[in-house]
Design a protein around this ligand. Sequence first.
Ligand code: ATP
Ligand code: MG
Length: 390
Amino acid sequence: MINDIILLKLGEIVLKGLNRRSFEQKLIGNINRRLSVIGKFKVYCMQSTVYVEPVDETGDMDAAFEALTKVFGIATITRAAGCEKDAAKIAELAISYLKDDMETAKSFKVEGKRSDKRFPMTSIELSQYVGGELAEAYPQCEVDVHNPELTVHVEIRDLAAYVHAAPTPGAGGMPVGSNGIGVTLLSGGIDSPVSTYMIAKRGVRLIPVHFFSFPYTSEQAKQKVIELAEILTAYCGKMTVEIVPFTHIQEEIRAKCPEDYFTLIMRRFMMRIASRIAEANGAKAIVTGENLGQVASQTMEAMASTQAVIDLPVLQPLIGMDKEEIVQTARKIGTFDTSILPYEDCCTVFTPKHPKTKPKVREVAEIESVLDIDALVDEAVAGIERVKVG
Ligand code: ATP
Ligand code: MG
């Protein structure tokens, strides 16, 4: 019995020359982990295609296909039916497996590919033969070799022959873990799940950090962030969310610093704590959902003052996007509906009436110097709660 399989064409990793093997291994590891919750599958790479085969009946192919559309590092995904390497059997399979496609298309062609050179027909002979049989079975669908609506692929590979129609686009990007580790600041808003997704897409394994200001923000606000992280695991893989107690820091700032500087100073604390978490985990960048000009803390001056307290690069993948584009992505990745649930965020609780939009870095540093910064950071880091998702 030859099973249906899923064929995955690798994305950008084919460009990576020497690193290619390790990229492939990362991708295969990620695929295995993602499929392990669905059923038993065999995953292997041959001739720059990754094959995913169900091992037994636990292997739900629909669920596997859906999960694989979210794995970074894959350019295209195709579901294919397999049979013995026998021309008559291949034609028979093409006729039954592609019934729906052949009945809806007005024109088609067959593209044969013989990777196993022991197969007695050439690629062209194979295409002509299968094309002929399909044309006879579906007379309303015409052969058109120049501009067909449907291209039927027939591949003779080492182990079996496979028939499939057009591939669907994969998630693109690079395998998570192939480009290092980052810390991503995850609020409950619309933006930060999107920035997390975008940097994961570049192959970065992410550690989500959430600043939590109980009782100013509720238990539900925290659950919402965990839920967002859970949704993101379809793309990012398993993660551990670090929940940082932020209340004491905010109360100290409110008690001792002028109101207009509140958000700026708070964001500097976020960066310091994120940077400590990065150090502890070997992460080399901080990711935020900042967007130029969107709010007072997202002017160039404000960002300079925020970033001045750390050495790591701050990656802001949304910096130049319009809100509408961000919302579209949030809908596509499935985080939007959770993001718009109406729970407060720690930033909104103490928002100043007239926030400073053009702060000078030195000025901010001087104002916050009344606080015992190191002790507050130590205390917050010591109180971190870790929640596993995925
Ligand atoms: P978002 O929709 O992601 O909340 P925003 O447009 O509301 O973003 P801000 O509230 O100014 O913008 O926050 C900017 C970025 O700072 C966020 O995108 C996120 O990366 C980070 N951030 C803000 N609040 C928190 C929080 N409570 N915990 C973790 N990160 C946060
Ligand atoms: Mg926010």
